[in-house]
Write a protein that binds this ligand. Sequence first.
Ligand code: C5P
Length: 411
Amino acid sequence: MSLPRSVLLIITGSVASYKALELIRLLRAQGVTVTTILSRGGAKFITPLAVSSLTGTKTYDDLFSLTDEVEMGHIELSRVADLVLVAPASADILAKMSAGIADDLATTALLATNKPVIVAPAMNHKMWSHPATERNISQLKADGSRVIQPTEGSMACGEFGVGRMAEPADILQFLSQQSRTGNTPLSGKRAIVTSGPTAEPIDPVRYLGNRSSGKQGHAIAEALAMAGAEVTLISGAVTLPDPQGVTTQHVTDAEAMLTAVNQALPADIFVGAAAVADWRMEKPALQKLKKQKAASRLTLELVPTVDILATISNSKKRPALVIGFAAETDKLLPNARAKRKAKNCDWLLANAVTGGAVFGADTNQITLLSAEGEEAWEQMDKHAVAHRLVEKISGHFAQKLPTRLVKGTRA
Ligand code: C5P
């Protein structure tokens, strides 16, 4: 991951301030020097001591401290790092930045800096969609700041909408791309990702499903898009919002998922992260199955579903890089090795799902299997897994010219 050598992190007041601590930890783990300014609002949520414990240096928080000015003047502070990152950026600081107000250390540094400025907003969804905030964001963009879009989800206040600060792992990825001077490693590449569960109908109201949340597949689609790929995400029924910068199609069963994947071809990369049902009713009942008719026992006759991964791996339009997942409850690696060969995919990401772990969880522990060997990754957040995978994909395409060039147009 290519990151700036140093970052001036400005933490402003938001419930998301705690995420800045995780962000500092991730940056430091990558060898990035982090200098911090904690605004008055930020200091209501986290303490300078917590911040300094992670940065290993002083946290600046007062514009008019003579000691601070002697140690490092506010102008010098504004230029100390390769870039300035405001995370979380409250509605208040965005408004002040867009108006050029400089009434505390954070806003003064932002006005004085000659370094690139990136903001990661965090606020209530109504505040984010308010015309005043929209105006401020447009102004900031016009002034040259870059904005890491907030995501959709539940808010601390209990409401739901867009306004949550991007996850620290995603912010890291954004910084990494920026530091490659805008060069996105997968630009020009097309990717198709399947995600979430399929639901195979039993009758008009019942279906065979599974516990997949879609978190991993959606994170991969988003990370591929952040790396510049043109991404189509084919998603089963999930409660997640559609990822930013991705074309998302919603399907229910395996058959429809395969049709959507075929329609999205050709592509350079296929990632089959969906938990596709293995069985379906050959002929789903046209009417709701009645309890009394079923007596004490009901037998459902099931037939195998189409295997999307194997079909795409063996198709004439096979993408240059085909990646599958293997969620196993036992004999993880032997089963995964056999699966990679049986499905004819290039890479297989194996993960243990014993006792329902992983499905729905926020973390994942992956072993990547390929013809070149096996690589066990540490347990990490699903966003971090997505970025690690996308880095490997970028490396793969950077190393060798695509084995198959994508030709033709969409089917
Ligand atoms: O065979 P199994 O379900 O364990 O294989 C897992 C991998 O195969 C995943 O990548 C999943 O998306 C894919 N798969 C598929 N179509 C199926 C079953 C699984 O694409 N019918």
